[in-house]
Design a protein around this ligand. Sequence first.
Ligand code: FE
Ligand code: FE
Length: 194
Amino acid sequence: MTDKERAYYTEHIRGLLSEDRFQHSVNVSHQAVKLAQIYGCDLHQAELAGLLHDVMKDAGKKEQLALMEKYGVRLSRIESNAPKLWHAMTGAVYVKHILAIEDEDVINAIRYHTTGRAGMSLLEKIIYIADCTSEERNYKGVERIRKLAVTDLNEVMAEALMDSLQKRLVDHTPMHPDTVEAYNEVILAKKQQA
Ligand code: FE
Ligand code: FE
């Protein structure tokens, strides 16, 4: 990313996000670049998607619903009942239609950074993992996940998806089918390797 692009997008999200969320976004972009270097992903895509992944996270429900309405995003029953998932969908719409970013891989990395999905690209996995291993994250077990993130991308995906689904069970909240499909895929791939 050129200095000019970085400054532009950084200022853009600074205007849309709380201070904490802004710092998180910057940290995710740094972590995404680090992972991209390790796994041979495009650094520009990683930095851009990392910086913008939560661009809609602090937007209100009304604003997000209006954006989805305008661009024809239909919510499933599970999605309607999980506003926390909306910012991934609206974030993808935002970067595509408002920021005029055309890179489908970057758009999809933002679109699926919360749920994951089956058949994730390298960039999508990197953003998913960068989001849960960024510098300021301090949940229980983060050190182990962080270590795994820099050694085995598929293994850390498996762990992160298991954590996510486990949380749904413990909290008695619905699982998004995309997360279940992502989990099934990595688990079957592991079995085949063994
Ligand atoms: Fe997010
Ligand atoms: Fe995030």
